[in-house]
Design a protein around this ligand. Structure first.
Ligand SMILES: [Zn+2]
Length: 339
């Protein structure tokens, strides 16, 4: 029986050495040490031994069991570290691989343009005022002295939600709202989205962006308007830029003017960009009409003011040579990434 035990130990040792995974090792353990294992079978047979033989064989059996357990433990540790090594080598980080690129978003060119315009006027002491895009007919037209038959009120030009409510066609209603609430001195700009019932083409979009400015105080004159716009155009288009006023008519200003800037491509000598004229139409402006001041509870005998309005889309198009306003709204990343 002793010989059988030693034989079992040798067999188990061989099989343990051949095992190369934790699973195989477990099978070997069950085969020799399990409830129905080889060693257990031998020990069961001990009942037939004499009382002298039994303790001797029992001692050998215990040693064999201990040895097999030790072989198993050793093999288990070495297999574990081998398995870990194999796992590490297959999952290793390859530092020579190119990294995954993170695409950083950026501001839309129109928002960049709006920010640039805002910063110029903020540096001149203007505050930014906001108003609703869904506006009342009163603030969009009546408060701004637009006559009842003014063509811009037409259903074909304006998006009406109902008879009293529209999508604002300009950012001017913000001016009326501010004048109602605040006493002069007022010095604000109101940048934002506007809507008109236009068929989209290269220069028209049913949604576009405006920036309007308003200054109301004692003793404000046309010279203040001219100085402000001169500083603005020099900042935005370059220090060589000149401006000129052409008489015009707007209901909410009197006198009114359209302002042209000298072409920043040819400095006024005439090129294809300015169609040979040397000038580029820039914006509309004028002195706030006394009726508008009166409508908003400001005494035109005491206060005067000027206002101006410009299309942000148009200015950004001019500055960056974009020839179609629709490009801003098509969300083509190839276009947008250029800014
Ligand atoms: Zn030119």
């Amino acid at each position: 029986m002793e010989a059988r035990l030693n034989e079992l130990e040798q067999m188990a040792k061989n099989e343990i050495q051949e095992a190369n995974s934790s699973d195989q090792l477990e099978k070997v353990r069950v085969k020799y040490l399990g409830k129905k294992g080889e060693l257990t079978e031998v020990l069961r047979g001990m009942g037939s031994l004499s009382s002298e033989e039994r303790p001797l064989v029992g001692k050998v059996a215990n040693i064999v069991r201990e040895n097999i357990e030790n072989y198993l433990l050793e093999a288990k540790n070495s297999i574990k570290s081998k398995e870990l090594e194999a796992k590490l080598s297959t999952e290793a980080i390859d530092v020579t691989m190119p990294g995954r690129k993170t695409n950083l978003g950026k501001k839309h060119p129109l928002i960049q343009g709006m920010d640039e315009l805002k910063n110029i006027f903020i540096s001149m002491g203007f505050q930014v005022a906001q108003g609703p895009e869904v506006e009342t007919v009163y603030y969009n037209f009546d408060a701004l002295n637009a006559p009842a038959n003014h063509p811009s009120r037409d259903m074909s030009d304006t998006f009406y939600i109902n008879e009293e409510t529209i999508l604002r066609t300009q950012t001017s209603p913000v001016q009326a709202r501010v004048m109602e609430k605040r006493k002069p001195p007022i010095r604000i700009i109101s940048p934002g989205r506007c809507f008109r019932n236009d068929t989209p083409d290269a220069t028209h979009s049913p949604m576009f962006h405006q920036l309007e400015g308003l200054v109301v105080d004692k003793g404000i004159t046309l010279a203040d308007l001219k100085g402000t716009l001169e500083v603005f155009t020099k900042y935005f288009f370059g220090s060589q830029t000149k401006i000129k006023f052409r008489p015009h008519n707007f209901p909410f200003t009197e006198p009114s003017a359209e302002i042209d800037a000298s072409c920043f491509k040819c400095s006024g000598s005439g090129c294809s960009f300015c169609k040979g004229s040397g000038w580029i139409e820039l914006l509309g402006a004028g002195m706030v009409h006394p009726n508008v001041l009166r409508n908003c509870g400001i005494d035109p005998e005491v206060y005067s003011g000027f206002a101006f309005g410009m299309g942000i889309d148009r200015l950004v198009m001019l500055k960056y040579g974009v020839d179609d306003i629709r490009l801003f709204f098509e969300n083509d990343m190839r276009f947008l990434n250029q800014f």
